[in-house]
Design a protein around this ligand. Structure first.
Ligand code: ATP
Length: 525
C-alpha cells in the first residue's frame, strides 16, 4: 500500500524509482537511494527490536552525519518521534531535553557522546548507541545496524503519526519543543520545492546543524519528495573557503545560509577563486539581512536570490521574497529588498493589532499564522501552547507592517523593541544603519535601563577586519541618519556578537551586559 502522504512512503518510493541515484553525501560516504533506504530500514528495525513502540522518542546528538539523517527516516518508517539535539548544548541542557522528551534511545556521534557522561539520570532512557563517521567499521552503531534486517519495518504509519519534536534555539527564553506529525512535514515539503525550485536533479548543500527545523523541512524531506541529492556540510563552524570548495566540488545547485554566513562569504573575497556556476538558487533568511548586503550578494552570485522567513513553529519557511521580486527590486528602487516577501503556499498569515484585528497597510502589528504545517502544540507544554496558539492562530512575536500588495516588512521582535521616553525604537532599524558604516561588520542593539528615559539605545558593534572607528564617530554617523531618540548613546566594541548555532543573535546576554553597565555608571555618579 502506498500511503502517499507520509515521509516514510517518499523514502520507500525513491528506493524503487531511483535506486542508483545519489541520495546523500556525508564526508567520504556517498549513499544511493537504494542504500539509504536499506540503512534507514535497518535503523528502524533496530529501534523496534530495542522494544520501542509507536510514538516513542529517539534523540540524536551529532554533527551533520549520515546517521542523523537516517534517524529521521527511521523514525518516519517505524512510527517513532525524532528528537534532534544540538551538540553545542551543555550537559544540563541535553539532560533537560532528554528528560522532557522522554527519549528512550539516544543515537550519539562519538565526538559528542561525552556530553552524556555529565548528565543526571533520565528515567526513560534505555540505551545510548554511538556512531563514529571516522571509524565506520568499528562503531557500535554499525555493528548494531549489521544485525538488523533491511526489509521494510512492519509498521503501517500514516500522516497522523507523530514525527518530530524540535526544541527551538531559545533566543527568547528557555527551549520549547515544537511538535509535528508526519502530515505537517508532508504538507510543508512542497514549499521549499516551489520557493527554491528544488527538482530531481538538484544538489542541496546543507550547512545548518541537524537539529534546526531547516535541516529537516527545507532539505531532507523536500529532497526525498523530489528525489534530489543532499550534501552535508560540517556544522562545527562555518568557513567561507570550505563552503565555496564544497559548492565547486559537488556542483551544488541549491544552498541556503543565514546572513552571518553569507556576509563571511562576501567579505572573504574568495568567491572568484572558485567555480560556483552550478548554483541555481542562493537562499538566505532566519535573521534580518542588511539591504546593501543583498545588493552585494546579487552582484556576486547573480539574480538567483530567494529570501525565506519563518520560525521553527511554522515548519521553517512561511513567507518568501522570490527571485523575480529580487530582480524587480534590484532593477527599481530596491525598497522591496527590505521585505521578506509574501506568505507561501498553504500558509495563512495575518498582521494584527493588539485588539486582534488586521492592521491597515503601513500599520504595525504582530504576525500570526494558521495552516496545515503550523506546529499544533509544544510538546508536553499546555501552558505555552495556550499562550502561543490562540483560537487556532500561532502568534509569532514578530512585529511587522504590510504594504498595499501584501509584502511583509519585519520591524522587530516584540521583545527587542526598545521603549525610550515612551517612543518605540526598533532595534533592527538601528542595527541596519550601523551596518551601513564602512568599518562595521555587524551590530546588535539592545535596551539599557535609564532613570530618565526608561530605556536607552545601547549598541554592540563588531568591526570589519583591519577597519577602525570609535564610538563617537559611529554615534555621529547614526545622528545623521536617524532621529535623536533612535541613536545609540553607548557603543561597545566586541570581536564577535553572541550568536546561536543558526546565526541568530542571543540578545539576552547583551541586555545583561548593558544592564550591568547602567548599574556601574549609576554607582559611579
Ligand atoms: P526561540 O523561539 O526559542 O526564542 P528562535 O527565535 O531562535 O528561538 P527560530 O524559530 O529559530 O527560534 O527563529 C524564528 C525567528 O527568526 C522569527 O520569529 C524571526 O524573528 C526571525 N527570522 C526568521 N526569518 C527571518 C527573516 N527572513 N528576516 C528577519 N527575521 C527572520
Amino acid at each position: 500500500e502506498w500511503r502517499p502522504m507520509t515521509v516514510a512512503a517518499w523514502i520507500r518510493r525513491n528506493a524503487h524509482w531511483r535506486r542508483d541515484k545519489l541520495a546523500l553525501v556525508s564526508g567520504d560516504r556517498r549513499y544511493t537511494y537504494g542504500e539509504f533506504n536499506e540503512r534507514v530500514n535497518r535503523q528502524a528495525n533496530g529501534l523496534l527490536a530495542e522494544g520501542l513502540v509507536r510514538g516513542d522518542r529517539v534523540a540524536v546528538i551529532a554533527n551533520n552525519t549520515s546517521e542523523a539523517v537516517e534517524a529521521l527516516g527511521a523514525a518516519a518508517k517505524a512510527g517513532l518521534v525524532h528528537v534532534p539535539i544540538n551538540f553545542r548544548l551543555s550537559p544540563r541542557e541535553v539532560e533537560q531535553i532528554l528528560t522532557h522528551s522522554g527519549a528512550r534511545i539516544v543515537l550519539a556521534e562519538q565526538e559528542f557522546a561525552g556530553l552524556l557522561d555529565g548528565i543526571g539520570p533520565c528515567p526513560d532512557l534505555k540505551r545510548i548507541i554511538r556512531h563514529d563517521p571516522r571509524d565506520q567499521g568499528g562503531s557500535e552503531h554499525e555493528a548494531w545496524l549489521a544485525g538488523q534486517p533491511d526489509a521494510e519495518p512492519p509498521v503501517d504509519v500514516t500522516g497522523e503519526d507523530d514525527l518530530l519534536i524540535v526544541y527551538t534555539s531559545g533566543t527568547t527564553g528557555s527551549a520549547k519543543g515544537a511538535f509535528f506529525k508526519q502530515k505537517h512535514c508532508v504538507a510543508h515539503a512542497p514549499v521549499p520545492a516551489l520557493v527554491y525550485d528544488i527538482r530531481e536533479d538538484s544538489r542541496l548543500l546543507m550547512v545548518y546543524p541537524h537539529n534546526s527545523i531547516a535541516s529537516m523541512n527545507m532539505y531532507y524531506i523536500p529532497a526525498w519528495m523530489q528525489g534530489a541529492t543532499v550534501v552535508l556540510a560540517d556544522a562545527r563552524g562555518f568557513s567561507a573557503e570550505r563552503w565555496l570548495g564544497q559548492v565547486e566540488r559537488e556542483r551544488i545547485t541549491h544552498c541556503h545560509l543565514v546572513p552571518t554566513m553569507l556576509i563571511r562569504v562576501l567579505d572573504s573575497g574568495a568567491v572568484g577563486q572558485f567555480d560556483v556556476s552550478s548554483l541555481q538558487t542562493v537562499g538566505y533568511g532566519s535573521a534580518p539581512m542588511p539591504k546593501h548586503r543583498v545588493e552585494e550578494l546579487s552582484a556576486t552570485f547573480g539574480n538567483i536570490l530567494v529570501q525565506g522567513y519563518g520560525m521553527t513553529e511554522t515548519s521553517s519557511i512561511a513567507a518568501a521574497l522570490d527571485k523575480a521580486e529580487h530582480r524587480r527590486a534590484l532593477a527599481g528602487d530596491g525598497r522591496r529588498l527590505a521585505s521578506c516577501g509574501r506568505p507561501v503556499f498553504g500558509c495563512e498569515l495575518r498582521v494584527v493589532g493588539e485588539d486582534g484585528h488586521d492592521v491597515k497597510p503601513g500599520e504595525l502589528g504582530e504576525i500570526i499564522f494558521r495552516g496545515p504545517y503550523i506546529a499544533p502544540a509544544y510538546f508536553k507544554d499546555p501552558e505555552r501552547t495556550a499562550q502561543t496558539i490562540v483560537d487556532g492562530w500561532l502568534h509569532s512575536g514578530d512585529l511587522a507592517e504590510l504594504d498595499e500588495d501584501g509584502f511583509i516588512y519585519i520591524v522587530d521582535r516584540k521583545n527587542d523593541i526598545i521603549i525610550s521616553g515612551g517612543f518605540n525604537v526598533a532595534s533592527k532599524e538601528v542595527e541596519e544603519v550601523l551596518c551601513w558604516h564602512d568599518a562595521v561588520r555587524e551590530a546588535a542593539v539592545v535596551s539599557r535601563p535609564d532613570p530618565e528615559w526608561g530605556e536607552r539605545v545601547h549598541a554592540f558593534v563588531a568591526l570589519r577586519e583591519g577597519a577602525a572607528a570609535d564610538a563617537a564617530e559611529l554615534i555621529a554617523f547614526c545622528r545623521d541618519r536617524l532621529s535623536r531618540i533612535k541613536c545609540p548613546d553607548r557603543i561597545e566594541f566586541v570581536e564577535e556578537l553572541p550568536r546561536n548555532a543558526l546565526g541568530k543573535l542571543v540578545k539576552g546576554d547583551l541586555r545583561a551586559r548593558a544592564r550591568a553597565r547602567a548599574q556601574t555608571e549609576s554607582q559611579a555618579q
